[in-house]
Write a protein that binds this ligand. Sequence first.
Ligand code: MLC
Ligand code: AMP
Length: 490
Amino acid sequence: MTNANLYALFQSRFPDDLDKPFLQQEDGACLSYGEMDQLSARMAALLTTRKITKGDRILVQVEKSMEAVCLYLACLRVGAIYLPLNTAYTAHEVAYFIGNASPALLVGNFPAQPLPSLTLDQLCAEAATCPPRHSVELMSSDDLAAILYTSGTTGRSKGAMLSHGNLASNALTLHDIWHWQQDDILLHALPIFHVHGLFVALHCALLGGSTVWFLPRLDADALIRLIPKSTVLMGVPTFYTRLLAHGGFTKDLCQKMRLFISGSAPLLAETFHQFEAITGQRILERYGMTEAGMITSNPYDGPRIAGTVGPALPDVEVRICGEDGRQLPAGEIGSLEYKGPNLFKGYWEMPKKTAEDMRPDGFFISGDLAIADQDGRISIVGRSKDLIISGGFNIYPKGIESVLDLLPGVLESAVVASPHPDLGEAVMAVVVRTDNSPLTEQDILDQLSDQLARFKQPRKVIFTDALPRNTMGKVQKNILRDQMKDIFKS
Ligand code: MLC
Ligand code: AMP
């Protein structure tokens, strides 16, 4: 059996000169390909001495760092399943993931957890004393490499199981269609706990043997400094609106840049056109999701059209269907469904939920509404799932409403998105108080702060006497969305 371990694929693509920088920071810190291979081998040795074996889950909630990247690679090396969590999650939220995933090891700050845990600093210190474990565990392409949690319509998060084969196929396809080259320099300012920053960005660079400018977070000033020394930028639309809002962003800065990629949320046509007017370059928009990585992409060579996400990737099948699952003709809006080697292995310990989202012929129901033209070019036009995407983070209203509804003084609530100039969409809560309750917006926000990650907390709370309902008693969120649509207009 050939080894389908993703790390073995990366190793086969390392540059000849292992001293070449893999990750480099503005402060001068740098990790070469050789150092990354060595550090991840030491971390792999440490995991082995801690009896971590193939299939064990390692739950990781740490700040973005070069060491965190090496820990991910070390997990691949030993066949452990990497489970990264958003650093914004509260202890209350993290408890659910720990209960659901039963990890063998926690990495991060978990003082109150009875499970074995280490901070990343402790892990690095212990790993430094271990002789490197250079072997790479033999894996089949169906063996799991990672579980990424994605929030669900019912408010409960689901762990999307991604195999070594899923990740490898998507990375190889993107590396190819985006014409990745060894001399590329990727500007990386995304978080590394989601598909976009962890897989799409880092895997392309690793397959290219390329160098990465590794920024702790989005900082428009730092982008402006580093764009002249980079060739590729990947970001959510907020990256591009912030660059455009920055007085120092000019065409001259972009001389070396060959590719600006956007995804994770809709890129406004206005942003696309303003960006082209300044730089002469068209942002390449692509579409994806946690359950599969990337699914469609605008072409590298052909026309990139604002408001579209391009055709299906070469090895992915996409179709637009009616509610009955039958394919619709081009030009009709329907549910976007897809299948391919990148499609995940299901939700961790939720076979029923997995089955609900799959068609009998193996297509996955994305929950996005889309339209295709005669050439197969897709536009995402809406969502059948009740989902808010704020700055590229997915937020399900149900998860917020269920917390709000339990607060003393709240009778009921509805959470909707309002268009937001920086984040695309922002969370709004509409709350009905119980009789005579003196509850204020601040009271609500204070009470949510230790229960919900900051990015999920409503940007505004509006009080009303009753929620609008249809004859079936269902809250008419479209009416609320319409009422709130100008609330963040700048
Ligand atoms: C931060 N905050 C947010 C937020 N990010 N609030 C709502 N939505 C967000 N996305 C909060 C902070 O806690 C802070 O709270 C306040 O907003 C201001 O924070 P900031 O420091 O200015 O934010 P910043 O660090 O600049 O982050 C904004 C961002 C970031 C958009 C750059 O959220 C980001 O990097 N998003 C990328 C998400 C991503 O990678 N998605 C990919 C998912 S994978 P306070 O307390 O100060 O008010 C996927 C598949 C695919 O979707 O297709 O790729
Ligand atoms: P996540 O579950 O975090 O992986 O987010 C996936 C969702 O992000 C998709 O189902 C879409 O709703 C949305 N998304 C990703 N890329 C785009 C895009 N280019 N345009 C519109 N929506 C997008």
